[in-house]
Ligand binder design. Structure first.
Ligand SMILES: NC(=O)c1ccc[n+]([C@@H]2O[C@H](COP(=O)([O-])OP(=O)(O)OC[C@H]3O[C@@H](n4cnc5c(N)ncnc54)[C@H](OP(=O)(O)O)[C@@H]3O)[C@@H](O)[C@H]2O)c1
Length: 249
């Protein structure tokens, strides 16, 4: 799929990976619609890149559909949807406030499902691309991030299920699976990233991988690439994986 001239809706554009994706895609000549919660950060990004700012809170039921409706009022269709907005929470599951699970599932899983459904009719006529920002947490599971990992696993398998279903409509689907990325994500989830390794990667690495996945129709991209190894070990030798994970975390 060509990026030049494509109408691209990016969620979570006001920070971190989403902002890097907006910069990457506007440089490539896409017409980017940048959605996020913080109107001031979005307005600054829009002024810098030429993207259109679309402030929206995706935690409410129906918010994904409403955002898509606002976009489709201005544009006949969306060529590329980047489902990137996400929120984390770290800590013991038993101590997690009830409202947090609702928020994580709403923003990380329900809103992308709503947005995807809303843009599909146009895409089915003209083709397009659906990109999902998953997480290595959703492929491996992570202690003290159970609901976040579950929301990302749900998003991941949603995307993988859509890919064969939509292929005949010339709609391609990709999942980008980042490891640790240097963004405000960790400060916001209430627990800083404390490990020495793996080192956090710049969000631009994820943005480059995502752009490549759109252009070259890549079903999944790990960032960094070596993350496919623990996933493969877990798939082939789950007991070995559990022993290694218990030892090295
Ligand atoms: N950072 C990592 O290490 C890492 C690793 C794997 C996967 N990821 C995933 O990458 C994606 C981007 O995260 P990031 O690292 O760039 O984190 P970030 O800097 O915290 O950005 C998160 C984005 O999601 C938006 N968002 C959060 N809650 C929202 C809501 N209720 N409604 C609408 N938008 C909302 C934020 O909007 P505002 O800023 O306007 O509030 C922000 O634009 C997420 O899906 C995350 O799960 C991150």
């Amino acid at each position: 799929m060509r990026l030049t001239g494509a109408v691209v809706l990016v969620t979570g554009a006001s920070s971190g990976i989403g902002a890097a994706v907006v910069r990457r895609l506007t440089r490539a000549g896409s017409r980017v619609l940048a959605a996020g919660r913080d109107p001031e950060r979005l307005a600054r990004l829009a002024a810098e890149t030429g993207a259109a700012a679309l402030p929206a809170d995706l935690a409410r039921p129906g918010a994904g559909r409403d955002l898509a409706d606002r976009v489709l009022d201005r544009h006949p269709r969306v060529d590329v949807l980047v489902n990137n907005a996400g929120v984390g929470w770290a800590g013991r599951f038993a101590e997690m406030p009830d409202t947090v699970a609702d928020e994580l599932l709403a923003v990380n899983l329900r809103a992308p499902i709503e947005l995807t459904r809303a843009v599909l009719p146009g895409m089915r006529r003209h083709g397009g691309h659906l990109a999902f920002v998953g997480s290595i947490a959703g492929r491996l599971g992570v202690a003290e991030e159970a609901v976040y990992a579950a929301s990302k696993a749900g998003l991941d398998i949603f995307a993988q299920s859509l890919r064969p279903e939509l292929a005949r409509h010339r709609i391609t689907v990709s999942v980008v699976v980042p490891g640790v990325v240097d963004t405000p994500f960790f400060a916001r989830r209430g627990q800083a990233y404390r490990r020495r390794r793996p080192r956090p990667l710049p969000p631009e690495r994820v943005a480059d991988a995502l752009a490549d996945a759109i252009v070259r129709d890549r079903a999944e991209v790990y960032v960094p690439g070596w993350l496919r190894l623990p996933v493969a070990v877990r798939g082939l030798q789950p007991a070995v994986y559990r022993r290694l994970a218990a030892r090295f975390g």
